[in-house]
Unconditional design. Structure first.
Length: 350
């Protein structure tokens, strides 16, 4: 990997993974992400205060019960805590229901599907009573699955069919699609790495092959809403050799999903999120070929993900496939694609 004198690297060089020492034991306890099957759950809480308080800058945690049917068919109930999270989707003016953090004590999670986990994101429907918004959740989940098909340096997910029940009865029960996303510290654990919190990283600070894959993936899904230096929708994970790989998350503002609230930054030379724009590193010919070859090798696996999501409406399925097919066609013209990337790539960082 190319190295240079970097204030960011000088600061982060000593941040060697302490979590990696317990990675094997911690990861072995986790049950939630061992399968891609849908988990049907009920989350019961007093949702009134959570929904009223989510525009605050000091978000409170709210007690709740997470329940599901165990292997023997009996109901398993786990005490948890919920907190609103996110930025755009958390704000009441944008969404009826916010994304959530779910926290659970290790002692309460034992012998349950949450075993080995303490904190996870739940990506929820922005408008649970709106069928179209339900589709956006399924589409974003499919994007996470495509990412995982390309690399294990990705956030693990689990599709959820959630019924939200209000303890006071003032809010009618709502059943919605959603999915769990593992916490970044758990990603670090199963990759034997440490998550780096400092902003300011440049492209030269990262593993070139991992950065090339990430950059091409963001181009593949039509995402311009990411930043390495700003750690925006991005995590940086370092191993014991100080090798740093980027891991992306939060894919609802992508062309692949094409949600009505998503739009590109005005400074970019595109009008819609469905207009692809490469915003990654300038690849060497070797990195470009290796990255293109990897995507081609995973073409069938990524297409197969749609077969696991019969809940996707035919129209949304067609539009998502068409968007992906545009990328696959570009791979068939490597010279044209390489020229496009060379014209738009960013030399030092984003």
């Amino acid at each position: 990997m190319k190295t240079r004198s970097s204030p960011w690297r000088a600061i982060m060089f000593g941040a060697i993974a302490t979590t990696a020492l317990v990675a094997t034991a911690a990861d072995a306890q986790q049950r939630l992400f061992r399968t891609d099957s849908t988990l049907t759950v009920t989350i019961t809480a007093n949702f009134g205060p959570l929904l009223k308080q989510r525009d605050s800058t000091e978000l409170q945690k709210h007690p709740a019960v997470f329940a599901y049917a165990g292997d023997n068919g009996k109901l398993v109930s786990v005490p948890v805590r919920l907190r609103a999270r996110g930025h755009f989707r958390r704000q009441a003016r944008n969404c009826d229901f916010p994304p959530l953090w779910l926290e659970v004590k290790s002692s309460d999670a034992k012998q349950t599907v949450l075993s080995g986990l303490n904190k996870m994101k739940i990506t929820t429907s922005c408008r649970p009573k709106n069928a179209e918004y339900e589709q956006y959740i399924l589409q974003e989940y499919a994007v996470y699955r495509a990412y995982a098909a390309l690399t294990n340096a990705s956030f693990r997910t689990r599709l959820l069919h959630i019924t939200y029940r209000d303890t006071t009865g003032k809010i009618a029960p709502v059943t919605s699609w959603g999915f769990f996303i593992e916490d970044v510290d758990d990603v670090a654990i199963h990759l034997h790495r440490t998550a780096l919190p400092a902003q300011g990283a440049r492209f030269d600070d990262l593993d070139p092959a991992a950065l090339a894959l990430l950059s091409m993936f963001e181009y593949f899904i039509g995402n311009t809403d990411w930043s390495i230096s700003g750690l925006h929708n991005m995590a940086l994970l370092q191993d014991s050799s100080a090798n740093v790989v980027p891991v992306a998350f939060d894919f609802d503002w992508t062309g692949a999903v094409d949600a009505p609230y998503a739009f590109p930054d005005k400074q970019l030379k595109i009008r819609s999120v469905t207009d692809r724009l490469y915003r990654g590193n300038c690849m060497t010919p070797e990195n470009f070929k290796a990255t293109v070859d990897l995507f081609k090798s995973k073409h069938a696996a990524i297409d197969a993900i749609f077969a696991d999501l019969p809940q996707l409406a035919p129209g949304r399925l067609k539009s998502m496939k068409n968007f992906y097919n545009d990328f696959w066609k570009r791979l068939d013209d490597p010279r044209g694609l390489q020229k496009e990337i060379s014209n738009d790539c960013l030399k030092t960082g984003n």
